[in-house]
Design a protein around this ligand. Structure first.
Ligand code: ADP
Ligand code: ADP
Length: 228
């Protein structure tokens, strides 16, 4: 686990457009921060700079106190959970969770993979479902498999990019509960991007409101609500 510190982070795209205009934010070890704002305000850009999928134009990114601006994604020890969870339908739960380990060819023995996947599965209460395919799981179980994939990487922090935006309202409600429960249980530093007000107001320890590339406000959900 690790803190994430953003200092005056700027993103200027090749066409000169400033998508992120000097964002500073301290995310404590174990904290759950929601990044919210209208479409186009720079949420994904900011998340992608943290993960290392996008260069930082200026400013500094620290993870666990270490400067990360020029580090490759794999050196940042983060795990991103995407929209729709991107599970492989033809693979079992076990193989879906094992996938990131198998990608790093030769780095883990079969025994290590077994051990790591079973540990992640037991943390997520998936140990009875390891042989099933995603189609035979509930929405909540699928969400947990996606998180299992993040956990198995032994990441220092989780980054969610609008993970629930394509789900219907009922499932979204269940997933919110599931994610909040897992995050409390694991205590992993989490940055969660959404444009959904309900998610913003119910999930996190703090809400950071982004508008046109600038942080407009950072507050507890209650503090945000009580603003005039
Ligand atoms: P959000 O995730 O909040 O919807 P994005 O981070 O995707 O916002 O985009 C922020 C702004 O940057 C938008 O105006 C978008 O059009 C622009 N943008 C995103 N990617 C690029 C790119 N590769 N080149 C130029 N502009 C981009
Ligand atoms: P490899 O691990 O062999 O570099 P991958 O396709 O797994 O290849 O990943 C490419 C890069 O993106 C790696 O540096 C990896 O750390 C990073 N990466 C892959 N998946 C994720 C993810 N879900 N979250 C964060 N980073 C990821």
């Amino acid at each position: 686990m690790a803190s994430i510190t953003l200092t005056d982070i700027v993103k200027q795209y090749g066409d000169g457009f400033h998508a992120v205009k000097g964002v500073s934010l301290d995310i404590a070890d174990g904290e759950f921060v929601i990044l919210v704002g209208p479409s186009g305000c720079g949420k994904s850009t900011l998340l992608r700079m943290i993960v290392g999928l996008e260069d930082i134009t200026s400013g500094e990114l620290k993870i666990g106190g270490k400067r990360m601006n020029d580090k490759a994604p794999r050196e940042r020890h983060l795990a991103m959970v995407f929209q729709n969870y991107a599970l492989y339908p033809h693979l079992t739960v076990f193989e879906n969770i094992a996938f990131p380990l198998r990608l790093q060819k030769g780095q883990f023995s079969e025994d290590e993979i077994q051990r790591k996947v079973r540990l992640a599965a037991s943390t997520l209460e998936l140990e009875d479902h390891l042989d099933r395919k995603p189609a035979n799981l509930s929405g909540g179980q699928r969400q947990r498999v996606a998180m299992g994939r993040a956990i198995v990487r032994e990441a220092d922090a989780f980054l969610f990019d609008e993970p629930l935006s394509n789900l219907d309202a009922k499932l979204r409600g269940q997933m919110r509960t599931e994610i909040a429960r897992m995050q409390r249980r694991l205590g992993t530093t989490t940055v969660y991007v959404t444009h959904d007000q309900t998610e913003a107001m119910t999930l996190g320890d703090r809400v950071a409101v982004l508008r046109k590339g600038e942080l407009q406000q950072v507050a507890s959900p209650r503090g945000l609500y009580e603003q005039p």
